[in-house]
Structures are given as C-alpha cells and as structure tokens.
Design a protein around this ligand. Structure first.
Ligand SMILES: Cc1cc2nc3c(=O)[nH]c(=O)nc-3n(C[C@H](O)[C@H](O)[C@H](O)COP(=O)(O)OP(=O)(O)OC[C@H]3O[C@@H](n4cnc5c(N)ncnc54)[C@H](O)[C@@H]3O)c2cc1C
Length: 438
C-alpha cells in the first residue's frame, strides 16, 4: 500500500501500543459516529512486532509497588481477558516470591490489589510459602523465600501472536497499517503542532493528531521533537536533581532451556503460573560452584518450546545504536549459568538444565526514562507520545485510554504518567526490588 498524502490520525510504530491505540481509536470513532478506522494510518519502518513487542517475554502481571502502575495494569488485564484467543493470552496467573526485604512491598501491593479488586493471595512466612509452593510443585526447594504474592489474574501471552491479533483487529476496523515506511522527520507549524511527517516513502500530512509509539527508539523521536536530553527532577522532598539523562538503556537478559514444556506443569497437570523468584539464599550451580551470595532473582514461564525467562537487566548507558533490533549489548557472560542455577535452585526438575540451555532469539535492549516509569502525554499540541519505559508489552490497555484522550477525555489512569511530573516532583514511589521495572 502506498503512503497517502494525508491522514486524519497518524500513528507511528506497529508494536503493542501503536496497534492498540489505532484499534481502540477506530472503535471509538465508529461508536461515537465521529469517523472510522479509515481515518487512521499506522506507519511502521519494518513490520508489526519487529520492535520490543515481538521479543518480549510476554509476562502479564499486576505486581507493581506504585499505585498508578497497579491501577493501570488492572485495566490492561481487563483488555487481555476480553479476548484471550485473539491476544494469544494464557491466563495462568503470576507469582512473585521474595526475600524478607521484599515483605513490606509485596504486602502493600497485595493490600492495594484487594482494594481495587484484583484477584490475588498473600502468603507470608518461610514455612507457609514453602507449603503453598509444594502443593503446586512438589519439587519446590527454593530457600530464603518468606513472602509470596500469588496473582490469580495475569499470566503471559505469545508475543508475535498477540501483535498479529491486534493487527487483525485494526484491519477489521479499516485501519491501514503500512510496513516498510520509516519516519525521518517531523515538520512543525508556527503553533508548534506537527503538520506533516517526512518518511522514507515521501511526505504525509497530519490532519488532526499524531501518536508516536516507537518503543526503544523513543530517544530518536525525543530528539525529533526538540526535547531536552537531560532534565532536572524535583524529588518529593523538594530538592532538585540536575541534568539527569532523559533516556538510558538497559539490556534485558533472557534465555530458554529446551525441555518438553509438559515437564513444567503443576502437580495437578495444569499450566503453571509465571514465576518470579528473588532470594538472598546463596546460589550454587549444580556442580557446587558459588554463583552469588547476594540477593538474586530470576523469572520463568512455560513456553512453546521449553521454559523461557530472565534475570536482572544490565545498564548499557545512554548512547546505543538500536538497529538491527533486538540489540543485545552488555550481556553477563555468566547469565546462562546463573539463570539455570536459579531454575535448579527453585525446582529439582530443573537439575542439570544448564546442558539444555539454548541460544534462542531472546533478550534485548529497552529504553528507560529518567525515573524508569512511562511518559504518556501530549508533548506538542497535536502529538501524543506513548513512551513506556520498557514496561509495556503487558500494557495493552494503554491504547484504549489514549484513544479516549485523543477524543478529548481525561484519563485518570494515564495522568500520573504526564511529563510534567518530573518538574512537579510528583514521582512514583520506589520499591526495594532490584529490577528497574517493579
Ligand atoms: C527482551 C525484552 C523482554 C521484555 N519482556 C516483557 C514482558 O515480559 N512483559 C512486558 O510487559 N514487557 C516486556 N518488555 C517490554 C515491552 O516489550 C515493551 O515495553 C513494549 O513492547 C513496547 O511496545 P511499543 O509498542 O512501545 O514498542 P515496539 O514494540 O518496539 O514498537 C515500536 C515500533 O515502532 C517502529 N518504529 C521505530 N522507529 C520508527 C520510525 N522512525 N518510523 C516508523 N516506525 C518506527 C519499530 O520498528 C517498532 O515496530 C520486554 C522488553 C524486552 C526488550
């Protein structure tokens, strides 16, 4: 399909956010009698899912210490649950298991989930957690775990399949998704609004609004918008932290073991929840070599070809060449040893799994904001940005909220993620998790 000369709404990026926005906007336009999907064009430089959405582990969870994240995630899970087949969503649940240092955070998260009606269960105490886990997985043997948040909602989805599910929904609403068109320039009018985009295939005028959802390419668009690469942040106490890089990159280390997926099942034969384990118990390889005696963590889920998951990401700095994606720089050479040792520490069924570790297409770089939380906001009068700070495969519902905002409504779920929070000191609370995304 060729590039039209003009479109009322232009969306850049065919990942989860761009596609979910286009789909929900098309539906809203139709429902309100204000237009249809034919008013929307999605521009994608490669193909749908070729960015972070197509490499994501696919974990869908609500476990966030930050109230705004948790409430937004509840709305996202609602969207996942609305059409599990199209979204390739596996509602298997999610478990966060932690060391004593994480008890207060997970307890607070559980209490909020109770308040907002998100189905979960909290188990506290080493013995109680061990019993809970052994009832599900008789070979559970992790040490030093004193708290477990068992979310009965959430789970995971198959990354590319859910992107294609959204593509199908967009197309059924008449949205055009144009692959192989790279946006190279934003052309501004005198009022600061974007009038047109320069692309690899020519120029397209923006009739009303532009939505940018560029995933890890956020910094590039930040530059095109003429926004500052460093910002001052007001802390909640009122102090100013000067010159913080707006964008930094982390490499998400993920891998896979090639086992029969059926070997990772619950005692009753059912599909296992996604498991995230943090503990300060010493970690050894199956050969008895000490990996670490500090707090460590892994996450893992049953996949189509085995068991997939990861560990803490590594920082990469604020200058990274992203293409070709998935870019994987700064990978710990001991990652596979550590992750497999972690699996074996958790469940005896994984003893010896290091030999089954596969060099699969897994892991990649994510772009994080100055406080590691998303920016969802108008950055120019007609430019709405969905910059999710790498939180957001699971955030399939953000597009539904953005669609409402584009049509003039306020979204209380997105408001806490406005860019002005940095200046206002209205930041999100920080948890004790070693991960930049909890
Ligand atoms: C290894 C890894 C594992 C992850 N695991 C999880 C997880 O388990 N759960 C979770 O919730 N999140 C996870 N994430 C984060 C999640 O993948 C991202 O936050 C989310 O997919 C971002 O979606 P997006 O639509 O913003 O970006 P993307 O999916 O990256 O889509 C952006 C699109 O924009 C296109 N684009 C970029 N520049 C241009 C341009 N100039 N012109 C035209 N098109 C352009 C790209 O080609 C791309 O297709 C993970 C991330 C990584 C890297």
């Amino acid at each position: 399909m060729t590039l039209p000369a003009r479109s009322r709404y232009v969306v850049v990026g065919a990942g989860m956010h761009g596609l979910s926005t286009a789909y929900h906007l098309a539906k809203e336009l139709r429902r309100r009698g204000l237009g249809s999907g034919a008013d929307i064009v999605v521009l994608e430089k490669s193909s749908p899912g070729s960015g972070a959405s197509g490499i994501a582990c696919g974990v869908v969870r609500n476990n966030y210490f930050q109230p705004a994240m948790s409430e937004l995630m509840q709305a996202c899970v609602e969207v996942w649950e609305s059409d599990p087949a199209a979204y390739a969503y596996n509602a298997v649940g999610y478990m966060a298991l932690g060391a004593p240092v994480q008890e207060p955070d997970l307890t607070a998260t559980y209490e909020r989930q109770e308040r907002i009606g998100y189905a979960s269960q909290l188990i506290v105490g080493e013995r109680a957690v061990d019993e809970h886990m052994k009832a599900l997985f008789p070979d559970w043997r992790a040490k030093g775990v004193t708290v477990c948040l068992h979310e009965h909602q959430g789970g995971f989805a198959f990354n590319i399949d859910s992107v294609l599910g959204l593509v199908g929904k967009c197309e059924s609403e008449g949205v055009s998704i144009l692959s192989g068109i790279e946006v190279t320039e934003l052309q501004f009018g005198s009022d600061g609004a974007v009038e047109a985009l320069g692309t690899s295939e020519g120029r397209i005028e923006v009739g009303e609004q532009l939505v940018i959802a560029p995933g890890p390419w956020a910094k590039r668009f930040w530059g095109m918008l003429g926004l500052p690469m460093t910002i001052d942040i007001r802390t909640p106490g009122g102090d100013i932290v000067e010159d913080r890089p707006m964008w930094t990159y982390w490499n998400l280390q993920e891998g896979e073991i090639g086992v029969d997926p059926a070997t990772f099942a619950k005692a009753d034969g059912g599909a296992p929840p996604v498991i995230h384990l943090d503990t300060d118990a010493p970690l050894y390889t199956d050969d008895g070599a000490l990996v670490t005696d500090e707090l460590w963590g892994i996450y893992y889920k049953r996949d189509r070809h085995g068991v997939q998951g990861g560990a803490s990401p590594l920082t990469v700095g604020d200058e990274v060449e992203i293409d070709p994606y998935p870019q994987t720089t700064n990978v710990d050479p001991n990652f596979a040893d550590m992750w497999c040792a972690g699996l074996s520490h958790a469940m005896s069924r994984f003893e010896g799994c290091r030999a089954l570790y596969k060099d699969a297409r897994s892991g990649g770089v994510g772009a994080f904001t100055a406080d590691n939380f998303p920016v969802f906001d108008y950055l120019k009068p007609n430019v709405y940005a969905i910059l999710d700070s790498n939180h957001g495969y699971k955030m399939i519902g953000v597009g539904r909220e953005v669609a409402k905002v584009l049509l003039g409504e306020h979204s209380s779920l997105l408001y806490p993620f406005r860019f002005e929070r940095f200046e206002a000191g209205d930041l999100h609370p920080v948890s004790h998790s070693p991960y930049p995304w909890s």
